[in-house]
Design a protein around this ligand. Sequence first.
Ligand SMILES: Cc1cc2nc3c(=O)[nH]c(=O)nc-3n(C[C@H](O)[C@H](O)[C@H](O)COP(=O)(O)OP(=O)(O)OC[C@H]3O[C@@H](n4cnc5c(N)ncnc54)[C@H](O)[C@@H]3O)c2cc1C
Ligand code: SF4
Length: 342
Amino acid sequence: MTHLGFERAADAADASHRLGTGPGAQILAGGTGTVDLMRLGVTAPERLVEILDLRAEHAAILFGRAGASIGALATMAEVAAHPAIRARWTAVAEALNQSASPQIRNAATIGGNLLQRTRCAYFRDAASPCNKRRPGTGCSALEGGLTWDLAILGTSPHCIANYPGDLAVALSALDASITVVGADGNWRSVAVEDLHREPGERPDLDTVLGAGDLILAAHLPELHWSRSSYLKVRDRESYAFALVSVAVALRLEEGRIVDLRIVLGGLATKPLRCRAAEEAVRGRSLDLHLAAQAAALCLEGAQVDAERAFKAEQGRRAIARALLAAGGHEKAACRVVFRGGF
Ligand SMILES: Cc1cc2nc3c(=O)[nH]c(=O)nc-3n(C[C@H](O)[C@H](O)[C@H](O)COP(=O)(O)OP(=O)(O)OC[C@H]3O[C@@H](n4cnc5c(N)ncnc54)[C@H](O)[C@@H]3O)c2cc1C
Ligand code: SF4
């Protein structure tokens, strides 16, 4: 029989202290990811530190001059339904509403969503070699396995798993950050854009957080953007992870895009910002030709095999479509969907 300790944290400092003392402790929030992976035998924590009792202090959605602050224990459903988030940080609500199912969104938290693990089938099969689950054992996907839904950007010879979440992609586009408290009790801020890691030589390290780090809140800076939107392409229209997703935030002045951020999900090993494409578009008036040019720049350096070639084409179209729609060119966006457009 496997022994599993269960502890309830009294407050955030107590939770991060419990995480940092002794090996094998893991935070339990909504449990929709953690319990799944334990059942599959993918993870085997020795102690679960439950933090849902801290909702009174860490689930509020607050607004001030600096923007919005979302407690890490707010549920996905609460944030997606908030009228001010829907109206002003639209990409966040759109990303959350296209995530998982209503039941999961009612239970799952913002902190847990940001730290979800990959859905690579070999990672989730405890019997398959997987460098992310057990470093140094090999990569079943790259060694003759199925790769069709995995990443084409930011990959390494050790892992090609794609980042599965939606929220972090939208938060990155909106220049959001998280507040983290460490086991030493010190607080720090981490840009969501910098939270996740490419696999490199260490696919087992998904993020820059360490043992004992607890996410307290996510912060959305006061709106610099005129519009933001999130486009998700998946196998079926609900309850499926992204094959490709694109979050776009842009600032328009007299019809010209004076600033923008484009972030990709589904295609890459982490939410991936496309700086070269942003540079190409900034200061110009958007049209089909420019959107196509930006999409091509986003996919430069993509690693595709025969199985994943469709993802590059799907990505190219999704990026152009997302940009055109966010820029108010809905008709041109439709041309991309129905005729390839360029
Ligand atoms: C069938 C299914 C479909 C799904 N589809 C989607 C989808 O389409 N899009 C999408 O984005 N997600 C999807 N998900 C993932 C789901 O959104 C996550 O499982 C959920 O958001 C995790 O939140 P949680 O509160 O349940 O976290 P938990 O399962 O409790 O925790 C998840 C991880 O985060 C850590 N953690 C939790 N809170 C904190 C914190 N505050 N600080 C530090 N560490 C913390 C835990 O230790 C654990 O490692 C799906 C999940 C399922 C089961
Ligand atoms: S792609 Fe990554 S997660 Fe999937 S089997 Fe290979 S190492 Fe594991």
